[in-house]
Design a binder for this molecule. Structure first.
Ligand code: C5P
Length: 245
């Protein structure tokens, strides 16, 4: 495959990790649970730190967790690209909005600046896909990583199936999701007036009228949500570690 062109502007990565993690049912916030002796969030930041297409990283955490995260993650692992911690908001979209405000303050608000948003709870993204993702953002302004649905998906209301959309048109959205700064900024501000919170950034961008491209990712890029996911992620991380050893 020919090498992809180097984009004019490197990406800024926002890592929302300010969720409550209720579905994990653990006493510690899930982003700080240990995976092979390292906190989950540290694995996720490491995917992007020192990547040649990344300029800066902003983890977004609960306001009350900032001191803990600074001490247990940033001071301990000394990442090169992390600029500073941002306080999250009530909904995921509020956390992303706080991240965008920091980019404006720090001068990363060029209209075509690629902004990647990656869930703190996805430590298994294959960063080899970043070059293709950045290339698509460069030409289209908006692109996300997703995988085709393997199961048949049902829309269920009050315990009853109301529709069975054709499986070959269904994809599961993952992250990173990347957008030119101006597109994301407009979409995030338009979302403020919507009554329904967006569960991902592509939904906000599409609702604002921008087409969003999809780049096929990998099943390994799971979002750690339940205790079972933690076991799977540990096994996967362990197997990749063995392969690269
Ligand atoms: O809730 P969900 O699993 O969709 O969250 C995806 C990511 O967004 C997680 O990494 C979570 O910590 C983050 N999040 C956030 N602020 C919120 C809610 C979720 O940063 N208010």
């Amino acid at each position: 495959m020919p090498a992809l062109p180097i984009p004019e502007l490197k990406s800024i990565v926002l890592i929302p990790a300010a969720g409550s993690g209720r579905r994990m049912g653990a006493a510690t916030s899930k982003q700080y649970l240990q995976l092979l002796g390292k906190p989950l969030l540290a694995h996720t930041i490491a995917l992007f730190d020192q990547h040649p297409l990344v300029e800066a990283i902003y983890p977004i955490v609960l306001a009350d967790d900032r001191e803990y995260c600074q001490r247990e993650i940033l001071d301990r692992y000394q990442f090169k690209c992390v600029r500073r911690l941002i306080a999250g908001g009530k909904e995921r979209q509020d956390s992303v909005r706080n991240g965008l405000a920091a980019l404006i303050e720090d001068g990363y608000d060029q209209p075509r600046r690629p902004v990647l948003i990656h869930d703190g709870a996805r430590p298994l993204f294959n960063a080899d896909l970043l070059a293709a993702l950045m290339d698509s953002i460069d030409t289209s302004g908006a692109c996300i990583i997703a995988v085709p649905a393997k199961d048949t998906i049902k829309q269920v209301i009050q315990g009853q199936i109301v529709s069975s959309p054709p499986r070959d048109q269904l994809w599961q959205a993952q992250t990173p999701q990347g957008f030119h700064f101006d597109i994301l900024n407009k979409a995030v501000h338009q979302q403020i007036s919507s009554a329904v919170p967006a569960t991902d950034d592509a939904a906000m961008v599409a609702a604002a009228g921008y087409p969003v491209q999809v780049l096929a990712g990998e099943d390994r890029n799971i979002k750690i949500t339940t205790p079972g996911d933690l076991l799977i992620a540990t096994a996967l991380l362990d197997s990749y570690k063995e392969k690269s050893a």
